[in-house]
Design a protein around this ligand. Structure first.
Ligand code: SAH
Length: 254
């Protein structure tokens, strides 16, 4: 019998509220002896780690530069090969804008097994936290998850084209859009009307959640006035005006 290969778990920690973890995620976290944790993982999630587990923060918390991706991948592989039960804990879902795909490919190339555990992605949590039904059939027949943060200028998204697609009845859920909010707004206004409803949700699902609603014409102004910063989701489309019609979940006490 060949011994089974070491397994690394890539686990989605959800948007921050520990009650939004999956049962599978909690089980993996409990069993881990080494956890490599991203910035956006809420502290509440780590309460499930066993006493004595090694917790390595690999994000940009505290203003430090984030840990290089290659280092994270090497560390995961080394710990797993040394017999540790390694959990790579990532905000939201590991395969939604989280480099989970790169990490899984790298680990598999090293001969390790990778098990991926879904998490609730921030775009879904943000919408639900303010009562926005992303595909309410009276308003939208689809949804586009998109990042406002391209890898480089050459990768820059064509916002006007995306806006024209959205005008056909698709809701846009924009991750990492705050730092480029002005150019994003200008691009979207080339394909969507000034009056298109928008919602912005910062720290979705956490006690410090803040949100604002406005029209597309007022997006950048609203972000500045309300001092909304990262991490935030921007929701663009008629569903963002369907607010109040549907109950949002009870907010957790601070
Ligand atoms: N894998 C993650 C996304 C990582 S990219 C997921 O599936 O959610 C990081 C971006 O996610 C942030 O810039 C922000 O746009 C969004 N984000 C993550 N957590 C968030 C939260 N609690 N509230 C609002 N946006 C969040």
């Amino acid at each position: 019998m060949t011994p089974s290969l070491p397994t690394v778990h890539l686990v989605g920690a959800g948007p921050g509220d520990p009650e939004l973890l999956t049962v599978k995620a909690i089980r993996a976290i409990r069993q881990a002896t080494v956890l490599l944790v991203d910035d956006l993982v809420g502290d509440g999630v780590l309460r499930y780690a066993r006493r004595g587990a090694r917790i390595v923060h690999v994000g940009k918390r505290g203003g430090c530069a984030s840990t290089p991706q290659a280092f994270i991948e090497r560390l995961m592989a080394a710990e797993a090969l040394a017999g540790e039960r390694v959990v790579r804990l990532k905000g939201g879902d590991p395969f939604v804008f989280g480099r989970g795909g790169e990490e899984a490919a790298h680990l598999r190339a090293l001969g390790l097994q990778v098990e991926v555990v879904n998490g609730i992605t921030a775009g879904l949590a943000a919408a639900t936290s303010i009562g926005v039904p992303l595909t309410h059939r009276a308003h939208a027949h689809g949804v586009i998850f998109v990042t406002g943060h391209a890898r480089g200028d050459a990768d820059q998204l064509d916002w006007p084209t995306l806006a024209r697609a959205a005008a056909q009845g698709l809701t846009l859920v924009i991750y990492m859009g705050i730092s480029t909010i002005e150019s994003l707004q200008a691009g979207l206004l080339q394909g969507l009307s000034d009056a298109t409803p928008v919602a912005i949700v910062q720290h979705a699902s956490l006690p410090q959640q803040r949100d604002a609603r406005c029209t597309l014409a007022d997006l950048a102004r609203t972000v500045a006035r309300e001092q909304l910063g990262s991490p935030a989701i921007v929701i663009v489309g008629d569903v963002a005006a369907a607010l109040g019609a549907i109950a949002a979940p009870a907010r957790r006490a601070a």
